[in-house]
Design a protein around this ligand. Sequence first.
Ligand SMILES: [Zn+2]
Length: 278
Amino acid sequence: MKKILSIFIFIISILAFAADDIKLSGDTLKQGGFFYIEYPADKNYTVEFKQGPKNLEAFIYKNKKYVFVPVHYSNPVGTYTLKVLDNKKEIFSHLIKLTDGNFKKSYIKVTKKMSEKRSDTNLQAGADKIAEAKKNSEKNKLWKGKFINPTNVKENSNFGAMRFVNNKVVGYHSGIDFPVPIGTPLKAANDGKVIFADHLVTTGNTLVIDHGMGVFSSYSHMSEITVKVGQSVIKGDIVGKSGNTGFVTGPHLHFSITMGRTAINPYLFMDYDILGDK
Ligand SMILES: [Zn+2]
């Protein structure tokens, strides 16, 4: 009897360990979405999810550690395993279901000269510069509440839309577009720090704001940027004006939110208060 009781206690303690120590924000997400894992700040766990970025970083907020796992919009739908390890030993595993993002198709016609701006070399050069700027990003949470629309109009091109340029698929739309005329004042979507403000061939005048914990917002094709790298901004601050610089078919703001280097659906931060007080 004593032996049975001790086995029983042993099983209970394992379940309690897995359930109390590690929490998941959810186990179903859409392509271009994310989930996070929460555990006590004094633990040094490693999170493994092959469909997410390598070397996932843990950030501390209110005495807890958080690991955000974004999943790229081109990742095939399916069921994938999430693992949490403590000192290389697996202590938690869970199945994560990735569902269809239901992305629309979007067709663009441009001149040859314009299409050259979107060359692989130019895209890579831009991505490298921004990746460099993100290297010393803020570990603490800077954003407060929901992110706001940087303009005063509704979007006219969805996140994840399959992009056809001159009838050739060139990829998926990494953000959302707001059709604003040149010179429209643009607002910072949330509190943060400017980490990039420069001209890039593809995205034109580009601003990137670091919101902490690996979350960034970016604003492309601007006519003017009125904030400087290193400057802190508050949600709603005017950061510059919209324009038509870089690869465009007309004036608009291309707005995106990235976790690390992965673009996610911006509405996940605009419609929900992520890590907000419950
Ligand atoms: Zn766009």
